[in-house]
Design a protein around this ligand. Structure first.
Ligand code: 3HC
Length: 681
């Protein structure tokens, strides 16, 4: 008898093995033990002629149990189980619904046949955890679908649909979800007596790569973006290469060795931390299933600029009607045209069908009348970032919009409580801080005011899921989580340059740390003249001095860098001279600043601010800060986010570094450093 959570039953001469391990049928020790016993039971029972392997609940096996990684191994290990499945003398048919991911797909690859339900997704996302498929996936998948498809799935980590899986030879049949079990049993009965197709024995799909090994370099060149300077994507390529170059058994050994190496490394630890951090971010203390979110059937947006338009697209794409308000017809038309243009681009690039784009646009109701927002369930304001402007608008919205509807501000740093106080419904007011471009960036800071009601918060969280955002809850404060931590970094960057570091050295140190760009590249991109006024400029800051010299950033080809026609920047001698003159005027003597100092001065104060954010309760937990910074500001995923990174290098090191810099160490950081503690689990 198989052990729970695995059960078996007989349907004539077919053994049906069922896994029931909520929530996602992860392949933990109990599941592996049960499966091994069930497969062996099928092999030993003379009355069983074929086997169906299925799962109940939300999904087919969603992978190895990630919580077991880093723990002492419990037998049977997944690779052993997979070998026993493939080696079964009786055909095994995997019946896949939901998501067959990672080790889950590897189990399916070891089965002799795969039937997928309509809507199922199949993938090997291990690379996103800083790993590679470690139960034969890198060896079997290329043998089934060919090297190029396998590389795309393994190095990219994105799942394919059941339909696509069928096209590339990954599944044998796609059936309606309701008919899956019956279809799998019927299929199993059909193939009784046929020779057993084992992926490990198939050579024809990898034959081409054996003849043309340059396929790996071509893939690397075409998909440089996927490599991200991380170790796992390269290891994935090396493992697939082993499938082509080595006999199957040796390829498995190579895969195993690479997997173990990645598993023990810091990058995978960081990425696994991030996986759980993202899931933890959705959990709010005091908010359980008894708090019912409000229904959101129409969203109103005030402001059709870049931000408002981007925000609108999130809802339109999710099938939620939007009323978009602007003050003047020309601005409204421009906003609508931009939204239409973005959808057209999505269609051209194949990201969206023409029908879906048309359906989204049909849900848009542009208007000049604020009164048209009356029937909205949620109104989001994306107007000029000024407290007086926002409070006046909220007072008006409060009069117009139906009682009970939620009023949200997209402010990136203003006080939500002050905005809420302008209304007669502070319990229905909160911040929804989208990041630019709002239709693309996945992060959403959900800012709760002192009075925000639990149902309102629950509604924002549920809605963010519906529109595919990763929501992180913050309490109101200047800059919330993300921008509040950006500020000390910006200040440190400026100070470093005044002391003698070159802007390009500061940028280089951050990009070497694998930020997509440094603060001066970012400043040039955003425009140095943001908020600058020639009439009042007195050359008091370096930025003013740059603007006065006509250096406005990328927009006029001259900022801290000089830009060519392709917007490639090179360090600007003129910018260097402006900095030197600025410093001389202040009487400061410049000195050489080394890379290690630059990194510490930029990043330690951020961690310190993060500690204050946690101890003040602005963020619920340190890992939420990591989610904000990885998603919204390009903090390199391979280090897990600022707080996990600080844990990795040691909080005593960070505290000592801050003291050297003359920065007051946050009490939480000081305490944890003294205790040998950590910010994250
Ligand atoms: N191991 C352990 N726990 C897991 C898990 C896994 N593989 N996958 C999901 N969970 C947990 C989550 O942490 C979460 O727990 P919580 O409720 O306590 O927070 C719960 O299951 C539900 O997960 P989600 O909130 O993510 O549920 P969704 O419905 O939004 O998504 C999913 C479902 C698409 C399956 C998503 O959970 C997912 O992508 N999971 C990870 C898949 C993955 O990476 N698999 C590969 C694992 S590594 C591997 O297999 C190595 C092998 O090659 C040897």
């Amino acid at each position: 008898m198989a052990t729970a959570p695995i059960t078996t039953r007989r349907d004539g001469d077919i053994l049906v093995i069922t896994s029931n391990n909520p929530p996602v049928n992860a392949l933990g020790a109990a599941v592996r033990t049960g499966l091994m016993a069930a497969v062996l039971e099928g092999a030993a029972d003379a009355d069983v002629r074929a086997v169906v392997l299925r799962c109940v609940g939300r999904t087919f096996f969603a992978g190895a149990d990630i919580t077991e990684f880093g723990q002492p191994p419990v037998f049977p290990l997944l690779p052993e189980l997979v070998e026993v499945i493939e080696g079964s003398p009786k055909p095994i048919v995997a019946a896949i619904h939901g998501t067959a991911l990672g080790g889950g797909l590897e189990v399916a690859l070891a089965c002799h046949y795969r039937i997928a339900a309509d809507g199922a997704k199949l993938g090997l996302p291990e690379v996103k955890l800083g790993l590679l498929p470690g139960a034969g996936g890198t060896q079997r998948l290329p043998r089934l679908v060919g090297v190029t498809e396998a590389l795309t799935m393994i190095v990219g980590g994105s799942p394919v649909s059941a339909e696509r899986a069928s096209e590339i030879g990954l599944v044998d049949r796609v059936v309606g979800a309701d008919a899956l079990e019956a279809a799998a049993i019927a299929y199993a009965r059909d193939i009784i007596g046929e020779p057993l197709p084992r992926a490990s024995e198939r050579g024809e799909r990898i034959a081409e790569a054996v003849r043309d090994p340059a396929v790996f370099d071509r893939f690397r060149q075409a998909h440089g973006r996927l490599l991200k300077g991380l170790r796992a994507p390269e290891a994935c390529i090396a493992a697939v290469r082993a499938a082509v170059e080595l006999p199957f058994a040796d390829g498995l050994l190579r895969e195993r060795a690479l997997f173990q190496e990645l598993l023990a490394g810091d990058e995978s630890k960081a990425q696994r931390h991030y996986f759980f951090a993202e899931r933890a971010a959705g959990k709010i203390a005091g908010l359980d299933a008894s708090v019912v979110p409000q229904a959101i059937e129409r969203v109103g947006i005030v402001g059709a600029g870049t931000m408002g338009g981007g925000i609108a697209m999130n809802f339109l794409s999710a099938g939620i009607p939007v009323t978009l308000v602007e003050r003047e017809q020309a601005a409204l038309d421009r906003g609508v045209a931009t939204i239409g243009g973005n959808y057209a681009r999505n269609v051209r690039s194949g990201r969206m069908s023409e029908d879906a784009a048309g359906a989204a646009m049909a849900l848009l109701r542009p208007t000049l009348a604020l009164a048209d927002l009356a029937d909205s369930d949620l109104v989001i304001e994306a107007v000029f970032e000024d407290l007086a402007v926002k409070t006046a608008l909220f007072a008006e919205l409060d009069r117009i919009v139906k009682p009970g509807a939620i009023l949200a501000s997209n402010t990136s740093y203003l006080d939500i409580d002050a905005i809420a106080a302008a209304t007669g419904r502070p319990e229905a007011v909160l911040g929804l801080h989208f990041f630019s471009p709002a239709n693309i960036m996945r992060l959403l800071e959900v800012v709760r005011g002192a009075a925000t009601a639990p149902e309102v918060l629950a509604t924002a969280m549920a809605l963010s899921k519906r529109i595919g955002k990763i929501a992180v809850v913050a309490r109101t404060c200047d800059g919330f989580i993300g921008n509040r931590m950006l500020k000390p970094r910006q200040e440190a960057a400026n100070q470093l340059v005044l002391e003698g570091a070159k802007p390009w050295d500061v940028d280089r140190v951050l990009t070497a740390f694998r930020f997509p760009m440094g603060p001066f590249q970012m400043a040039d991109l955003a425009g140095l003249d943001l908020g600058w006024d020639a009439a009042t400029s007195q050359g008091a800051t370096l930025r003013e001095a740059m603007c006065e010299a006509g250096r406005r950033g990328q927009k006029n080809g001259r900022g801290f860098y000089d830009y060519d026609a392709e917007r490639r920047g090179t360090p600007s001698p003129q910018a260097e001279a402006i900095i030197a003159a600025f410093v001389a005027k202040r009487g400061t003597v410049q000195r050489a600043v080394d890379d290690a100092e630059i990194l510490e001065r930029l990043l330690y104060p951020m961690v310190n601010e993060g500690a204050r954010i946690v101890e003040e309760g602005v963020a619920q937990r340190a890992s939420d800060i990591d989610v904000v910074w990885v998603n919204g500001y390009g903090w390199p995923i391979g280090t897990g986010g600022p707080m996990f990174w600080a844990d990795t290098i040691g909080l005593d090191t960070v505290a000592a570094g801050l003291e050297r810099q003359g920065v007051a160490v946050a009490p939480l950081l000081r305490r944890l450093a003294a205790e040998g503690g950590r910010f994250t689990g």
